[in-house]
Design a protein around this ligand. Structure first.
Ligand SMILES: CCCCC/C=C/C(=O)SCCNC(=O)CCNC(=O)[C@H](O)C(C)(C)COP(=O)(O)OP(=O)(O)OC[C@H]1O[C@@H](n2cnc3c(N)ncnc32)[C@H](O)[C@@H]1OP(=O)(O)O
Ligand SMILES: NC(=O)C1=CN([C@@H]2O[C@H](COP(=O)(O)OP(=O)(O)OC[C@H]3O[C@@H](n4cnc5c(N)ncnc54)[C@H](OP(=O)(O)O)[C@@H]3O)[C@@H](O)[C@H]2O)C=CC1
Length: 295
């Protein structure tokens, strides 16, 4: 796992704060937890694989500064009972919740016509339902009860840079678009309680764990996608983490309901995952298009 945090923040910025990071044992979540614990936060990392979480925690605790600490909680974010247990655990261990990063997520690669209804539902549950359930649970059991709205919370939802659709992962694109809209609704409903809600939309970020889910396809994907990224390289987990940490902090107190890309200039557009060589193109109905203007 990479280790270079880019944090520009002052030491101890998060001392005394409690943050939940879902999917915090690997990839982006790991980098976010690492930056937070180095700034003094107490952090609960939550995911399904407890062995992965425990191994991550023992590494992450080495970066702790000024009382920062990592706690682990096994949780399937698709399961409402697990969500309730996670919030109970976080309140018992940290005594408070100041921030939530809805980072756990993922999908599988498939053309739309081959996705089963159960597969579509699984991806929507993983990415959208989970975000709704966990945000609501914390709001009802903690943020809505705080007398002083100045001390309330910040939610950062990790989505995808796919505002023009997400071919071959349409279920995930739809779920993430749902998260973006849910973010705006929660931001408006909860602003009076001092709860800010924002999205971060990474482009293609190289994480060993994330890419491992796609096996051999990942290599081919990378070589086709790199020329389409204006920066001509993937991002790193730390380049996403610095924005997430900023949004969690009081420095972002006037920012809510936003969706910010970290995507090397892709403008949050379509991740160009080419469906397949279909051997046909939609030609103009009138006139001819020069060969050089076709794929
Ligand atoms: C190529 C690089 C892309 C770079 C950009 C994106 C990067 C990232 O997002 S990195 C994060 C990647 N991490 C993951 O994607 C991991 C999380 N993913 C999952 O856990 C699964 O994809 C899941 C969300 C679908 C959950 O799977 P699972 O727990 O197995 O779900 P169920 O047992 O409830 O099954 C429900 C349903 O889903 C179908 N299904 C699951 N996997 C696949 C698959 N690979 N292909 C086709 N269908 C799949 C499964 O078959 C079930 O449907 P039925 O068969 O109709 O019962
Ligand atoms: N890497 C990239 O290029 C991009 C990633 N993203 C998104 O960023 C987030 C992190 O991705 P990344 O770090 O790269 O990949 P990882 O595969 O490392 O992270 C996904 C994390 O989510 C957890 N997770 C998945 N399903 C569940 C579940 N049902 N319940 C609890 N935890 C779950 C996994 O842990 P476990 O399996 O133990 O449960 C894992 O820690 C994801 O939402 C991803 O889709 C967005 C854009 C681009």
């Amino acid at each position: 796992m990479s280790s270079l945090a880019l944090t520009p923040f002052k030491a101890g910025l998060f001392v005394g704060k409690g943050i939940i990071v879902t999917g915090g044992g690997t990839g982006l979540g790991y980098a976010i937890a690492k930056e937070l614990v180095s700034l003094g936060a107490k952090v609960v990392i939550a995911a399904r694989r407890i062995d992965v979480l425990e191994a991550a925690a023992s590494e992450l605790n080495k970066s702790s500064q000024r009382g920062g600490k990592i706690y682990v909680c096994q949780c399937n974010v698709r399961n409402e009972d697990d969500i309730q247990k996670l919030v109970t655990f976080a309140l018992e261990t940290m005594g408070r919740i100041d921030g939530l990063v809805n980072n756990a997520g993922g999908q599988f690669v498939s053309p739309v016509e081959n996705i089963s209804a159960r597969g579509f539902k699984a991806v929507v549950e993983t990415n959208l339902l989970s975000c709704f359930m966990l945000s609501k649970e914390i709001y009802n059991r903690w943020w809505s009860l705080q007398e002083d709205s100045k001390t309330s919370g910040s939610i950062v939802n990790i989505i995808l840079a796919n505002k023009n659709g997400f071919p071959m992962m349409a279920h995930s694109g739809a779920a993430r678009a749902g998260v973006e809209n849910l973010t705006k609704s929660m931001a408006l409903e909860w602003i009076g309680r001092g709860v800010r809600v924002n999205c971060v939309a990474p482009g293609i970020i190289y994480t060993e764990s994330g890419f491992a889910n796609y096996g051999e396809m990942a290599g081919a994907f990378l070589s086709s996608v790199l020329p389409c990224i204006p920066a001509h390289r993937c991002g790193t987990a730390e380049e996403v983490s610095s924005l997430v940490v900023f949004l969690l902090s009081d420095a972002a107190v006037y920012i809510t309901g936003q969706n910010m890309g970290v995507d090397g200039g892709m403008g949050q557009g379509t991740i160009p995952l080419r469906p397949q060589d279909h051997g046909a193109s939609l030609l103009p109905v009138y006139g001819e298009l020069p060969m050089k203007a076709r794929l």
